[in-house]
Design a protein around this ligand. Structure first.
Ligand code: SAM
Length: 245
């Protein structure tokens, strides 16, 4: 997957993509992430990318010209990209968006700054408009990284254990079940006996019960959401959403 991130702050993104799962995916040749500062496409001595809004109002808006030119420059070399616009008024990003983003060979993220975008940037391309939540950050860099990481860890083979993304929270209609590692006893709290029993069917049932209980307690809204309705059963026996839905 070829990924372009258009940003005024490539230096803020580079350290994060050089670590963890994004670095692993890059080393495996599964992703090629390129950072492009659209200021490089701005004209004039000061290479301004923003200006005051017509009609008045606070702050500065990103001008269309450098962003159009940056996207046209990329697409003339690499072909058409699936384009993601980071914006607080977009659809709230969910696991189902990450699943569908893995289907694209070329992804482009546009990170806003200041008061956001001149409307012609929104109108000029076929964007998938995504928000990472109902709050306002100062830029699209963190949202781009959030979405990229959630997507890349779903590319087959990126995580060592093929099963691990399947049984995680939000991949099914249930949150993840509680898990334990060593030591077996810790400050008076012990690992549930069933997990030490070696009875795989009993463990599967215990995990499903726990996941149901946890989901009902912490996120009763999840089961009611439209995008988690149609499920299939995965190898661990816990229901998995059909990624085509
Ligand atoms: N004036 C805009 C509004 O009220 O919707 C907010 C602009 S915000 C200060 C600057 C940029 O940060 C946005 O253009 C967007 O790229 C990014 N951003 C801020 N919050 C975000 C969120 N929750 N999800 C995605 N992007 C966000």
């Amino acid at each position: 997957m070829l990924v372009y991130i258009l940003t005024l702050f490539p230096d803020a993104i580079e350290p994060y993509i050089s670590k963890g799962v994004l670095r692993v995916a890059r080393d495996q040749g599964k992703i090629d992430v390129r950072l492009l500062n659209f200021r490089d496409f701005a004209k004039g001595k000061h290479r301004n990318v923003d200006d005051r809004p017509f009609g008045g109002g606070p702050g500065m808006l990103l001008c269309p010209e450098p962003i159009f030119e940056a996207i046209e420059w990329i697409e003339s070399r690499e072909g058409i990209f699936h384009k993601v616009l980071l914006t607080p008024d977009g659809h709230t990003f969910r696991q189902s968006h990450a699943e569908s983003l893995t289907k694209h060979d070329r992804l482009l993220f546009l990170c806003g700054r200041y008061e956001g975008f001149d409307q012609r940037i929104l109108d000029g391309f076929a964007w998938e408009r995504l928000s990472i939540g109902d709050y306002v950050l100062s830029g699209g860099e963190l949202p781009a990284l959030v979405i990229l990481e959630a997507t890349v860890r779903l590319i087959p083979g990126v995580l060592g254990d093929e099963e691990s993304p399947i049984s995680e929270s939000f991949t099914s209609e249930l949150l993840d079940y509680p898990q334990y590692t060593r030591p077996r006893e810790f400050r008076g709290s012990s690992v549930p006996d069933v997990l030490m029993s070696g009875d795989h069917e009993a463990i599967r049932r215990w995990r499903e019960d726990q996941a149901r209980h946890k989901t009902k307690k912490w996120r009763p809204d999840i089961a009611l959401r439209g995008d988690t309705n149609k499920c299939d059963t995965n190898k661990s026996g816990i229901k998995k959403r059909d990624p085509d839905l």
